[in-house]
Write a protein that binds this ligand. Sequence first.
Ligand code: ADP
Ligand code: MG
Length: 219
Amino acid sequence: MERMFLVGEVEIYAIRDINLRIRKGEFVALMGPSGAGKSTTLNQLALLDRPTGGSLRILGKDVEKLTPKQQTAFRLNHLGFVFQNYNLLPQLTALENVLLPALMRGKNRRDAILEAKRLLEKFDMSNRLDNYPSQLSGGQQQKISIARALINKPSILFADEPTASLDSESSEVIMDLLRDLNKRDGQTIVLVSHESAHKKLVDRIIWVKDGVVVKKSYV
Ligand code: ADP
Ligand code: MG
């Protein structure tokens, strides 16, 4: 894959040549220094952005051939994304934030509420259903955001530095939660991280630098 940004007349290659394959059930981390192209890579994989070259297959589908509308539907049905800064809607409660992708997908409200409550209970958030994001700690907001990413049972969960805005205690809670999702439920997870403490939590590390993969290692 390649992703070039044109800034004025200057071509900036955020990704020069990223070549990788991720297996079902893997917990993979993209690691490397700031500016290496990790987020840009994740955004291509999660269909939040389009590569300017190369090809991308997800779940056996040539996703770059899909129209933007088809990509949005594919993302809603198969992919979940967790952002560093949670990206929750401030005017919705915790429960409503989690419900939203299920309702967008056309699930009936009662089933969606049951599933959202089940996830929030699993994450120890049952007593926070009616809280607004501003009433929750960073760690709690990130749990909501993970529940939201999971409500449509995505084949792949993406997370871009999900603990970078958290204190070390909440970081550990969130990383344990991701690890459990992978180990217990077999959730495929692609994580971007630059914290070396995360190395031991994942199955495999793809090291990125200057827009290329410099090393792949099992841990
Ligand atoms: P990382 O997540 O590893 O810190 P990024 O993927 O965010 O790195 O960025 C990789 C490189 O691409 C950086 O040099 C960054 O400045 C550049 N870049 C990212 N997005 C854009 C953009 N929209 N326009 C121009 N350059 C960008
Ligand atoms: Mg980044």
